[in-house]
Design a protein around this ligand. Structure first.
Ligand SMILES: *[C@@H]1O[C@H](CO)[C@@H](O)[C@H](O)[C@H]1NC(C)=O
Ligand SMILES: *[C@@H]1O[C@H](CO)[C@@H](O)[C@H](O)[C@H]1NC(C)=O
Ligand SMILES: *[C@@H]1O[C@H](CO)[C@@H](O)[C@H](O)[C@H]1NC(C)=O
Length: 227
């Protein structure tokens, strides 16, 4: 008897909430036609049949929701994998130890080859040539720090560099002041590149860089991919 009263109450409650599970954009859940027939044939089991009918609709609703959540989850996993696979970042300094030495002057203009690689995610920076090749079209950030020590005040000092994309000059760093002993300059740019664009720092032919403490660095990373 208790069970019967409970079922009737449940039926009343379910009937009052008219289709709460039909959210926007969802295909309406189709009733089981047999449930209605059973109800008209046997009035005694009417409440049970209606409850079963509502339970079936709930079951279909939850199954559909689960299916959609699984689809969304696999889409998100795929996106995350793509982001992880497209990671590109590098950072390197000119010399590999703290021994005082100079790079340049060289004629003609030459690539500055940053030999001491701190990081090379995706291996898009070539340590033999000093060239970073953009793996994807996207927005990239690059920084270059240029430093030189003349050894003594009044000595010739010419610390300069040119950041180039596909051999086109994009940005420069320059400090030439023979009154002091050390000169430094920096470049920081954000660039839109196409896949396979080549980025390198060149040493203009009269310039040279003398360093004894990892002052000269070249770094870059992919901010985000564009189509
Ligand atoms: C659940 O949903 C999936 C996808 O919509 C469907 O293939 C499957 O038959 C459904 N299962 C049940 C028990 O309704
Ligand atoms: C670096 O560039 C040189 C010259 O283009 C090439 O021979 C070499 O395979 C490259 N190294 C890597 C690791 O890609
Ligand atoms: C060159 O360096 C000296 C010594 O640090 C400084 O007094 C002077 O202002 C500098 N000149 C320029 C053009 O920066």
């Amino acid at each position: 008897m208790r069970v019967f009263v409970f079922m009737c109450l449940l039926h009343a409650v379910v009937a009052q909430i008219s289709n709460p599970w039909e959210g926007p954009g969802r295909t309406p859940v189709v009733d089981d036609p047999n449930a209605g027939n059973a109800c008209s044939v046997d009035q005694g089991t009417c409440s049970c049949c209606l409850i079963l009918q509502q339970l079936n609709r709930l079951k279909t609703y939850f199954n559909q929701t689960l299916y959609e959540m699984q689809q969304e989850s696999s889409l998100m996993t795929q996106t995350l994998n793509n982001i992880e696979a497209s990671r590109a970042a590098f950072s390197a300094s000119l010399f590999t130890d703290e021994q005082f030495r100079c790079f340049g002057p060289l004629d003609p203009n030459s690539n500055i080859i940053y030999k001491n690689v701190y990081l090379n995610l995706g291996a898009h920076y070539n340590v033999s040539t000093g060239v970073f090749t953009a793996p994807y079209s996207g927005v990239y950030t690059f920084t270059v720090s240029v430093y030189s020590d003349a050894g003594a005040p009044g000595n010739l000092l010419s610390a300069c560099a040119s950041l180039q994309v596909n051999n086109q000059h994009v940005a420069a760093a320059k400090d030439q002041n023979t009154s002091d002993q050390e000169d430094s300059a920096t470049i920081a740019v954000v660039l839109q590149l196409r896949a396979r664009d080549q980025v390198v720092v060149k040493l203009p032919k009269t310039c040279f860089l003398c360093d004894d403490s990892f002052y000269n660095t070249f770094s870059g990373f992919l901010l985000y991919v564009t189509e």
